[in-house]
Ligand binder design. Sequence first.
Ligand code: SF4
Ligand code: MSK
Length: 676
Amino acid sequence: MADVKEKTIAKDPKLANAREASIDPATQEMLLRAQELKIDTVFDRAVTMKPCAIGLQGICCKNCAMGPCRLPLPKGGIDGEDTRKGLCGATANTICARNFIRMIAAGAAAHSDHGRSVAEVFLSVARKETQDYKIKDPIKLLDIAPHFGVATTVEVDGKTVDRDLDEIALEVAEAAYNEWGKPEGTLNYIKRAPQALQEKWKREGVEPRNVDREIVEIMHRTHMGVDQDYKNLMKQGTRAALADGWGGSMLATDLQDVMFGTPSPLQSEVNLGVMKEDHVNIIVHGHEPVLSEMIVAAAQSQEMVAYAQEKGAKGIQLSGICCTANEVLQRHGVPPAGTFLQQELAIITGACDAMVVDVQCVFQNLANVAKCFHTKLITTHPIAKMEQENVVHIEFDEHHAMEDAIKIVKMAIDNFQNRGAEVMIPRHKAAQIAGFGVESIRYHLGGSFRGDYYTLNDNIINGRIRGLAGIVGCNNARTKHNEEHIEIMKELIKNDVLVLTTGCSAIAAGMHGLLTPGAASVHCGPGLAEVCETVGIPPVLHLGSCVDNSRILLAATEVVKAGGLGNDISDLPAAGSAPEWMSEKAISIGQYFVASGVYVVFGYHMPLEGAPEFKDYLYQEMEKIYGGKWDCEPDPIKHAHKIIAHIDAKRKALGIDKARERVLMDMADRQALAME
Ligand code: SF4
Ligand code: MSK
């Protein structure tokens, strides 16, 4: 492969410049390879297709056939009264708020419908209708049972004895499944939030009733001629977002942990270089781990490995893209081959024998790319098919899950011999530690002796850890791949902010070496480096997939419970960020963090500029209601410093800013703190 620098100098203006498209050398190499082969990728399409300027402002309404009505902000802004209105009279605020909460509805639906699929499989397991899945983590089952009012012990002859695990599983499964459509009450899991936060939600009337209802109600309220008050619209947006974060997503995470095992830190690798030329390469892509769990088991079975060897391969290399990758990484150490923007590139290696996709974040163009190679592109979910003829659909069913997985793995093995001569796998890959969660943070930052969040809190209070930041979310072809994630993370850890990450952001962190304990001495400020080196953790902790943002909510709740840092999540020196967001799920995540009291900064752009009043409501007024608010900052260094300024303001409000100043003063102070 010729040098990337040399090959990117003279460029067709219709093609992406590899050096400007990504900071990752593997992505740059494969983009050039695609261009050589005249296969278009998302990077090139982002050059030729520009976003609609009115849509970007968030003020295009197509909610009825009298539209689309477009209300662009006049050049120079609004002078005097804002008289813009659609045919029905809808104002810019109404249109923008309706669009915004429809994004929340779509995002919450995606996470929560994923959660529902998991709950259905869990119900089958509890009813013993499938033998392919088992309860791998009974301790987690016992942990979550009380949240559904399911007793874990029973009184027999005046003695307390443990209840039968199967009975508990069935009651939990039925109660959990009920959360999507129960006719009365509010979601069970909202009671896991700090008391002060629960009171805010009650006061504001945003406690979610059931998952589906909140999403349906958004679609009703945003229909032509219904809710025409942007604050009232946003109230429902909040309720649906909370139904996602403290409902559908949290249920998905917990039930997945019960069935597939709660992750604990493990070592793996990441980036396109994990694919192996002499192995059968199978890539799982999407979000739901129910099938990929089976594919891991099938690919590791002696029978399938022997079959692959019979067909001339040395073995089977399984890897992942997007959040299915994160799911199988955190539980099995299966290496991610890349982030969202690398999905086409994985096929362009010529070494992908099968790409197995489930739901969400799957490019339809994969089918066009697969056509240029031998790759079998396999859709597996009844709600996510592709129209192209070269796509194979093998519908997955939990009742014969292993059978389906073996069929898919076999298909990939049989396809190995059809590879073309030109295989090009970039060499780049990085080592990483992934698989952190609420439980493992408790263990690592508390130790086996104290085993709690007190040690983390102590280190925040004494200032070694300045604060916490959740850096999450997607890649976006409108920004330089991975650059914002990495710049922001580096700037934060340099300033002693411990980073928790999920989704494609977590994959990016791994690709750029931030998920190893060794990153602490290279990139961290002295306080954070000391903590990471002492307990042997990376300064950026991989907490899983998009639905696992619920782990961040619960970790923050544990920090509140451990004491010394206020009585609500909004008191914590903490913030959230999605630097390269693109998915509607990110908007739902952002809003459930805001409504949980977190300052949330998005990168790239927010579709709010056309409705300054509504934007101000999200960026300023929200804070008075929930303690959290939105912000947007595309420049990564400014973005990181907005987070740091917020953290410092919270430290000041808590009266712990002085300890931090001492930490930063000199080594003697740090040594004195270490003795405390
Ligand atoms: Fe236009 Fe109103 Fe119809 Fe929207 S709902 S398209 S603003 S007429
Ligand atoms: S996969 S939602 S691109 S993080 Fe969860 Fe990545 Fe965003 Fe999809």
